[in-house]
Design a protein. Sequence first.
Length: 94
Amino acid sequence: MFEDVSSLRGVHRLAGAVLLQAIEDIRCRPGKKREEALRWLHDPSEEQFSFIFCCQTLERDPQEVRRFLERRDVPEWLLAAAREQEHDAEVISA
């Protein structure tokens, strides 16, 4: 599916960013954004950048991630991925 390591790393980061945005929408945004994120979270699709695809890309069990979200908790591995993404964005903009 991915031709080289840099492509895989980019997909890995994007999957993490998509998952983080959904978590933020679920935890912090009332209304339509929250509803869309919850629908995405429970969608059984395995297409690119679906919830299941993102979890599998990040080598995480979708059920485990859902349990974290039901407790309104964010797993440490996901926070670490977010920090890495922020750092990369700062390096690119510098």
